[in-house]
Write a protein that binds this ligand. Structure first.
Ligand code: SAH
Length: 258
């Protein structure tokens, strides 16, 4: 009953670029579970939970390429090379990434390094943090009374945030979701307010969304930097009046409810 146009072939090496979703292992796609179970090698990073890795075959080789104990990342070139080398050895490699591999996940870059070597690959999409964490926080990204559009933005900004088109973001009927933005909250706040967004605009920080440790910190844009100081990575920053609906629609009961 498979609609997949790509059938993993044991003779040839290939890479499945797989999204692991935002946390809850039950948010994996059926296809992701199939690929994780049959992989020879799983190359994974920090945001992938142990419960998901436990789905791997006992004979699979697990390669961690996230932040090391000394807080250094494995350089992207090295990760690309691991994928190329393992595929050339004829392995079925699962490159497992948190959320969706094409949303701020460098999945495109990794596939480009395989494409230039003519190595076969496929993409198994995952639920990106913006979708999964807001769902678990009871925050609809759009709502007829609040937001007609939504935008996903990297918070990994250049020094003064000059790489972002701030005027296009500062609209009251627009939901903004910043990934990797915790350290940049003072800049995010200042830019949005100076471009016309009210400092009373509701916002929320979702910490470890869709996991038993989920916390949702809500307040106004004025309070955003102070909220960010209380939060830890991974956290998602959501700006817009939809965040107010958390009070009414929160349904997920994390272990550490606050
Ligand atoms: N490819 C991933 C994003 C990688 S960037 C995806 O599609 O979700 C890493 C950032 O994602 C983190 O800094 C954080 O902003 C966000 N993130 C990922 N998982 C999260 C989670 N469980 N809770 C809150 N934020 C999360």
């Amino acid at each position: 009953m498979s609609h997949s146009s790509f059938t993993p072939d044991n003779e040839l090496g290939f890479v499945s670029l797989v999204g692991a979703g935002p946390g809850d292992p039950d948010l994996l796609t059926v296809k992701a579970v199939k690929r994780i179970r049959t992989a020879d090698v799983i190359v994974f990073d920090r945001l992938v939970s142990q419960e998901i890795l436990d789905l791997a075959s006992p004979t699979a080789e697990l390669v961690y390429v996230g932040k090391k104990l000394d807080h250094h990342f494995v350089p992207q070139d090295e990760i690309n090379q691991i994928l190329v080398d393992q595929a050339k050895l004829g392995k079925h490699v699962v490159r497992l990434k948190g959320g969706d591999p094409f949303i701020f996940g460098r999945g495109g870059e990794e596939l480009q390094s395989l494409a230039v070597e003519n190595l076969p690959f496929e993409v198994v999409p995952g639920i990106t943090a913006a979708v999964g964490c807001t769902a678990y926080a009871g925050i609809p990204l759009t709502h007829r009374d609040h937001a007609q559009s939504v935008q996903f933005i990297t918070g990994h900004l250049k020094q003064h945030g000059e790489d972002i088109d701030w005027p296009s973001l500062a609209h009251s009927n627009h939901t903004l979701v910043f990934y990797m933005g915790l350290k940049q909250c003072p800049t995010i706040q200042a830019k949005l307010i100076s471009n016309g967004l009210a400092d009373s605009t509701p916002c929320a920080i979702i910490e470890r969304g869709a996991t038993p440790q989920q916390r949702v910190l809500s307040g106004s844009l004025q309070e955003l930097p102070a909220l960010a100081e209380q939060a830890e990575s991974p956290s998602l920053i959501v700006v817009g009046s939809v965040t107010e609906l958390h009070q009414q629609l929160a349904w997920f009961k994390p272990e550490l409810d606050v």
